[in-house]
Design a protein. Sequence first.
Length: 580
Amino acid sequence: MKKKSNWLRLLPYLLKEWLSLSKGLLCILGFVLVTLSLPHLAGKVSLYIGQGRLQEVTYWLGLGALAFLIRGIFQYGQNIFMINASLEMVLTVRKKTYAHLHKLGLDYFETSSTGDLTYRLTEDIDKIGEIVDKLSHQFVSNVLQLIVIPLYMLYLNWQLTIASLVLAPLMAVLVSSFGERLLVLSSRSQSRISNLSSLLTEVFSGISVVQAFAAQDYEVERFSQEARHNRNARYKTEKLKATQYPIVGFLEAVSIMFLFFIGGWQISQGNLKSEDFVSYLAAVAILLQPIDLITSNYNEFKQAEASVDRIFELIDVQPAIEQKKDSLNLPIVLGKVELSEVSFYYKQDKQVLKNVNLLVKPGQVIALVGASGAGKTTLVKLISRFYDPQKGKISIDDIDIRDLDIVSLRRQIGIVPQENILFSGTIAQNIAYGQDQLDFKAIEKASQIANAHSFIMQFPQGYHTWVGERGVNLSGGQKQRIAIARAVMLNPRIMILDEATSALDSSSEALVQEALERVMENRTVFVVAHRLSTIRNADCIVVLEDGQIVESGNHDQLLVKKGHYAKFYEQQYAKRLDQF
């Protein structure tokens, strides 16, 4: 069964620009009507040239020049109005697609290629805009010419017109066949260029690792292979197009030669005047351009169809996290968090959390301990509703978080992750991330809590210092403290600290730890940590193993039990002694 085209789904976006479209269509109509007059003018000029009447020749040539001038004005109008409509459509589609991607959960981005998403939002959408622009003025204009000019040709001589259109069905079949094949090849080509884009994004993001492992030659070879695949895919597409044009051109030439033969025969029989034949030939000459352009436009249309499919493939992705229509706005909370019989798995055969029950009172500091893969980070991600558990319930202040507006929920939760992502912009913009207006008093206060104010003021431009992509201009400890300040700016009642000091040296860790202790005051805090020294003062330490809580209690209680936590603590303490 043939797949339904997505082109019609673009129509509502284009029709929003009805005013520009209407003006463009009026210009197209004027362009076609003036074009229709040109064969008649050519016939008149040839008639008077044959009679040697220079005054009449000059008059009709003047009308011809005026016709070309008016035609050019209409052509300018159709181009300007239609490109405006298509660019506005592109802008709308791009914003809608980008906004839709932000509605998708972490599960989608964890399995998607950043380079591919970037390519779709840029190159694919631009390609759609280009073909829509061409279709909206070139295609409409060409189709109208293909209707009115053959009618004029029928009026001049129906026998010639029928003879000239004998090969038209064959040409239509060939163009359609080539177009379908181009769609397949274009899809492959765009997949290849997306792969190339993904590879570049991946390598440039991890360039420090590439250089550290002296893997430049390895990456150059990977790039060369992917670039070769892209080249081959593009070559097959261009080869098919190169095959099509000579075939269609040959059929056009045969049609014209046949036309001359029939025209000459009719003139010899006295059934056709020579000036009418010149007018007829002028109409045919004018008709060749729209035929060639429609062939070209159809090829581009089929190539761009792959881009249309790729964009609507994104738009059709449904968010894994669904928000209820009557969702509640979460007011300022006390900070009580409860997990009841919570089970979760990323894949059906790999359960990460199993029947977890946990009650956290307002203002408590809860530390989550366990080996890698035990489910610590997954648990705190569920609290922020980055995922929904397959079983059980999570509530904040006795309200099921699935009943809450997601934005209002996440604004009550401050997160300081292990790997802090900073964005291009100033330090102030990163601290007040997501806020339209910068409140520098609040920014400075948050920075002081996060132990960041002193190092920020050492920069010549202070809070206006440009951070650079991913915070390349800052050290790990500095980035971590800015991330803490960013979380503090929300003034959340619940904080999640996910391995917040694991990647820092001892001096940076001390500053960050001091900042975290300030942040944790009067808040409900979840701390995920491998370094047990950072959680000794937690109100409750929860030990996870294979997705289940196997122990809980404070530091001293768990040491007395001599269970899993005591074993972890002894191992880390022994390692620290070995270092000395």
